[in-house]
Design a protein around this ligand. Structure first.
Ligand code: SIN
Length: 323
């Protein structure tokens, strides 16, 4: 355990939500309680050492279904700022569960931090009779304080997941997340880490300097299903879409009518990527595929990867042309 600072960044979610009564776990309003107030309830928080060891910031206060690029940029800039401080050991970010996997993947793909950035959440509002948020926060703090930890992780219901693999798989139960075939990185047991595999690693993207002013490309997700056709793709092409992810059936198969429209989109310069809509496993590409495959990513994460790739390509071409 390190004596260095831990930074808490609040963004809202059910962990900061309130319901009309303490038994209500589904009809409530997310993002009502500030992150300072959530932390003040934790045991030992007010013992006098807190002010020295913890930095607390409310970066946003929203239901994560409404997450947008403006908040992502603000969050990424704050995370990058704190990661660059020598006296910071790690970060904890409170976030709603609904788009948590997207923000986690975005931060990992962009920053690939060598220090731990631990995202946590809750499935019950803060004023529930037995809320899950306080224990999740304590578990996240244990991970962020671990000097061996690195990368963006998600801590929920005692499990630690990697940003690339984690997915919300249940709309109600407390352990709402899974990492599919990859499994969790480990567990937090009585404040101690029981690790099963390596922390997330990788290389970030050289996008941070221009991130605040960068234009986000329009990348949409279309789904293949019985009776799918190309109408949505044709409408999106008219609307100026720059990238398309197709949530494909099984091992990346796409209805022939939808596939024809996607091939046409590619011929018009739109980037197209296939991801499987299966909740587990990864798509195995073959030489005869008409459309390129996303490397082991879910459709929502393949969309983020494609947006970042398009932003990087735009920033490199601007650098080359001196604009
Ligand atoms: C949200 O995602 O902000 C609301 C739902 C949740 O946190 O469980």
């Amino acid at each position: 355990m390190s004596d260095q600072k831990i930074v808490f960044l609040g963004t809202g979610g059910t962990i900061a939500g309130t319901a009309a009564n303490m038994f209500e776990h589904s009809d409530y309003t997310a993002a009502q309680v500030g992150v300072h107030a959530l932390l003040a309830r934790l045991p030992g928080w007010n013992d006098g050492r807190g002010a020295e060891r913890y930095v607390v910031e409310q970066v946003a206060q929203l239901d994560s279904k409404d997450m947008g690029f403006d908040v992502w940029v603000k969050l990424a800039l704050r995370v990058a700022h704190h990661l660059a401080q020598d006296d910071v050991q790690g970060l904890v970010i409170t976030h709603g569960t609904d788009t948590l996997e997207e923000t986690a993947y975005f931060l990992q793909a962009l920053l690939a931090p060598a220090k731990p950035v631990v995202m946590t959440c809750a499935m019950r509002p803060a004023n529930a009779l037995v809320p899950d948020g306080p224990q999740n926060l304590l578990d996240a703090l244990a991970v962020a304080s671990n000097t061996g930890a690195s990368g963006v992780t998600v801590v929920c219901a005692g499990a630690i997941y990697g940003a690339v693999d984690v997915q919300k798989v249940h709309p109600y139960r407390l352990n709402a997340f899974s990492a599919g075939d990859a499994g969790p990185i480990g567990f937090v047991e009585q404040g101690r880490l029981h690790l099963l595999r390596d922390w997330p690693r990788g290389n970030g993207l050289p996008l941070m300097s221009g991130l605040a002013d960068a234009a986000w490309p329009r990348v949409e997700i279309v789904m293949s299903y019985a009776g799918a056709d190309g109408a949505v793709v044709r409408a999106l092409l008219k609307a100026g879409v720059q990238g398309l992810v197709v949530a494909a059936t099984g091992n990346g198969t796409v209805h022939q009518d939808l596939e024809a429209a996607l091939v046409l989109a590619m011929q018009q310069g739109v980037k197209v990527v296939r991801a499987t809509r299966c909740t587990e496993g990864r798509l195995l590409p073959s030489v005869n595929d008409a459309l390129p495959a996303a490397a082991g990513l879910t459709p929502v994460k393949a969309r983020i990867a494609l947006m970042l790739a398009l932003m990087q390509a735009a920033s490199m071409s601007a650098a080359e042309t001196g604009r």
